[in-house]
Design a protein around this ligand. Structure first.
Ligand code: FAD
Ligand code: SIN
Length: 540
């Protein structure tokens, strides 16, 4: 990276986000040029770091690409792009091997050979194919990638830098041919907004769980990449498909702590508070049914019986096994007074994963030149209407690598094209905000209305209500945004309201129930009219 000139930093590649997709891209791109990775908090604060279950990939000799492809297509409820599924599934083992080569230590089979890893089972998978590092897979991947990134000479990771807007060179007539040259970026410590200029920019900003009141996601997941690129004119697809994870610990201090699906993979049973199991009456695969089915079943049982939670029970498995297979979950539950090995624990669903996102091709290119997107922020066509468990780390790893290859190729082909002289960030007449309550109130309202009106079960009436409220909040947030000096809370609030609106618009446009989108007004799947992605671009 070149030193700052007039609040402007330059590198060949700019990466926004330091999760698995961003770091893999950065490590590969650093072989061909200078790389700057920006991350809005500490570098290891990302959805990736919280992943428990693991990364799905065909690994055992009993498994096959065809089987992984079929399972993914089945979960995706008719909306997956078969070519994307085949490509990503087939690239999986190589991407996993690269993670291992970069230092990731997945859990091995005891006394197994060099290539023998313990394979977990999760809902919707017909084979054991989930490589994991006990129940702290994401943390281990972040450790390995963080160390690998730190050892690359031409790669810098800058923390507490919040990308605000993309630096866009308009196309010939303001439309086609628009080109991205990096981003305006807020330094959280100084409050200054600098320009980070690059010839290739990757958005790897992760998901948008914070749009909902209850979520498994950390605070950084506010959909910034989707909002920024949408504002710049990139099309966004399938935002109605928000995945709710069926099982988070129900405890006021646990902040929706995830209880991995891998527990159900190892035999955990969902029960009503009186001990009655209920999943068999919803799906022949019971606890191992696809996630949308399990989340809806829990939601329906909670509503039917007026419950605050249901129970998850793995106490019938040997205590030693539970403690050694799930040490993190066991200890966290114990810290809240629940001993997994002895009693069932209370669980509820929470927003978990954004299946939609920025539309990209299979080389992570968006329709905006020099702008790439990978990981949870992108929509490749892999997940369709419902993501198969542990397919997201797979997608992020594969697409991070593919994005780097494409960006390197594009950079080499572009020659010495120069960026325009973008103006410095102009705060105008903006004042420092004294009234934080205006931000916290809108933040809370958005998340609560999304939970209540745009949750696991939807209706026309609730969606229309959500839209009316969001329009009002959006007006207020925009007014506030331009009148005040920006900080990370305000940036996230603007992004949150825009992403929430995209989710509601997409949900309202889908007049059927499919995968993760269930509405009481159109309870059936309608292949004749609705077998297509929901695409929204700024002008539509
Ligand atoms: P992330 O890892 O979320 O990284 C996003 C990065 O972008 C962060 O560094 C963030 O700070 C940064 N960022 C965001 N906005 C800005 C901005 N404006 N400026 C600068 N930086 C920004 N998937 C699986 O496949 N298997 C699992 O077992 C699994 N378990 C999960 C458990 C939990 C609790 C959660 C929350 C998710 C889980 N997932 C799992 C999903 C998976 O972890 C994520 O989809 C995946 O890690 C996303 O990776 P990513 O690189 O796209 O984004
Ligand atoms: C889990 O461990 O249950 C999460 C897996 C995933 O989100 O893919």
């Amino acid at each position: 990276m070149n030193a700052a000139r007039n609040g402007s930093f330059e590198s060949d590649f700019l990466v926004i986000g330091s999760g698995i997709a961003g770091l893999i891209f950065a490590i590969k791109a650093a072989e061909a040029g200078t790389v700057t990775v920006l991350t809005k908090a500490a570098s290891n604060e990302a959805n990736t770091a919280y992943a428990q279950g693991g990364i799905a990939s065909v690994w055992s000799v009993d498994d096959s690409f065809e089987s992984h492809v079929d399972d993914t297509l089945r979960a995706g409820a008719g909306l997956c792009n078969r070519h994307a599924v085949e490509t990503i599934v087939r690239d999986g083992p190589e991407a996993v091997r690269e993670l291992i080569a970069l230092g990731t230590r997945f859990t091995r089979v005891e006394e197994g050979g060099e290539d023998e890893y313990d394979l977990g089972r999760e809902g919707g998978h017909s084979h054991r194919r989930v490589l994991h590092a006990q129940d702290l897979t994401g943390r281990e991947i972040m450790r390995a990638l963080g160390e690998a990134a730190a050892s690359r000479r031409d790669l810098r990771v800058l923390e507490n830098k919040v990308a605000v807007n993309l630096l866009m060179e308009p196309g010939a007539h303001g439309g086609d041919g628009a080109r991205c040259w990096g981003a305006y970026v807020l330094d959280r410590a100084s409050g200054a907004v600098d320009k980070f200029v690059a010839r290739a920019t990757l958005l790897a900003t992760g998901g948008a769980g914070k749009v909902y009141l209850y979520t498994t996601n950390p605070d950084v997941a506010s959909g910034d990449g989707v909002a920024m690129a949408y504002r710049a004119g990139a099309p966004v697809a399938n935002m109605e498909f928000i995945q709710f994870h069926p099982t988070c610990l129900y405890h006021p201090a646990a902040k929706s702590f995830l209880i991995s699906e891998a527990l159900r993979g190892e035999g955990a049973i969902l029960r009503l508070p009186d001990g009655t199991p209920f999943m068999k009456s919803y799906h022949p695969d019971a606890e191992l049914a696809p996630r949308d089915v399990v989340a809806r079943a829990i939601d329906s049982e909670m509503k039917r019986h007026g419950l605050d939670y249901v129970l998850l029970d793995i106490s019938h498995r040997p205590a030693d096994f539970v403690r050694s297979r799930f040490p993190n979950i066991f200890n966290r539950c114990l810290s809240f007074g629940f001993d997994l090995t002895r009693t069932p624990i209370p669980v509820v669903p929470a927003a978990h994963y954004m299946c939609g996102g920025l539309m990209t091709d299979l080389n992570a290119r968006t329709p905006l030149a020099q702008l790439y997107a990978a990981g949870e922020t992108a929509m490749t066509g892999l997940h369709g209407a419902n993501r198969l468990a542990s397919n997201s780390l797979l997608e992020a790893a594969v697409m991070g690598r593919r994005a780097a290859a494409a960006a390197r190729e594009d950079l080499a082909a572009a020659g010495e094209r120069c960026p325009p002289d973008f103006p410095r960030w102009d705060p105008g007449r903006a004042m420092r905000s004294e009234e934080r309550v205006l931000i916290t109130q809108s933040w809370d309202e958005i998340r609560r209305l999304m939970w209540n009106y745009v949750g696991i079960v939807r209706s026309n009436h609730r969606l229309a209500r959500a839209m009316r409220r969001l329009q009002l909040i959006k007006e207020e947030v925009y007014g506030y945004y331009w009148d005040h000096l920006i900080d990370s809370d305000l940036i996230e609030l603007r992004n949150l309201v825009e992403v929430a609106e995209l989710v509601v618009r997409s949900a309202a446009a889908r007049k059927e129930s499919r995968g993760l989108h269930y509405t009481v007004d159109y309870p059936e799947r309608d292949d004749a009219h609705c077998l297509h992605d929901t695409v929204i671009a700024k002008s539509t």
